[in-house]
Design a protein around this ligand. Structure first.
Ligand code: PCA
Length: 217
């Protein structure tokens, strides 16, 4: 199983997704070999790097992680959309406005990981979690869309999805004002739940399973 996480961005010293993924991927998992891909917060480069890792590692599952600092819960993302509009430049200074992620690509792709089951498993463990219907218009959505598009285009039989994590407590208290944060143990438990659920059989109530499904309007 390939797990990806992002470097810090927006002037931060750490990224909650990378801090958490490093801890979880160092542990032995009874049913999977976890490989971590650390990605730049840079348009195109992040997706190229992860697609290269997918081609090298040939995983069964790709779990992409990112930080969404102001969110109040851990949020499995339902859908990647073919739109980008960056509120702040990425780490290489790119700032596309009102652009498609892939020209002439489909409007979106559903996650092929069981997002509802993931959120439910996290909630059972006492972790605030809910399915999100938008991964935003920044780098996380860019990566998610590009990966799903690659898998669909090349008929790669890999299940993939994205989970956004809130800030860690220590980021929330670093002078950014009134923002929420979670304990490291909470985020690692959430990611372990996401991994376990992704490896289990799929929930029929979820949008999952049979290769990337395009979103049509
Ligand atoms: N979060 C940003 C990009 C990198 C990250 O961790 C996002 O939500 O787009």
């Amino acid at each position: 199983m390939l797990v990806s996480a992002f470097e810090p961005f927006d002037g931060q010293r750490i990224n909650s997704s990378l801090e958490t993924a490093r801890v979880v991927c160092r542990e032995d998992h009874p049913r999977a070999r976890l490989v971590l891909a650390e990605l730049p917060v840079v348009r195109d480069a992040c997706a190229e790097r992860l697609i290269e890792c997918i081609e090298q590692e040939l995983p069964d599952v790709v779990l992409m992680l990112g930080e969404a600092g102001r969110r109040l819960s851990v949020q499995p993302e339902l859908v990647a959309i073919n739109r980008e509009h960056y509120r702040i430049p990425d780490n290489a200074g790119n700032r596309p406005r009102e652009s498609p992620v892939v020209a002439d690509g489909p409007v979106g792709y559903f996650s092929t990981l069981p997002v509802n089951a993931m959120a439910a498993r996290m909630q059972e463990a006492g972790i605030p979690a809910e399915v999100s219907s938008s991964a935003g218009l920044y780098i996380c959505n860019h990566l998610f869309y590009r990966v799903m598009h690659h898998l669909a285009l090349h008929h790669v039989p890999v299940r993939a999805g994205f989970v956004h994590l809130p800030f860690l407590h220590r980021q929330a208290t670093e002078g950014k004002g009134d923002v929420p944060g979670m304990a490291p143990e909470t985020l690692t438990a959430a990611v372990r739940s996401a991994i376990d659920v992704s490896l289990e059989s799929t929930d029929p109530d979820d949008v999952t399973g049979h290769g990337p499904q395009q979103v049509t309007l």
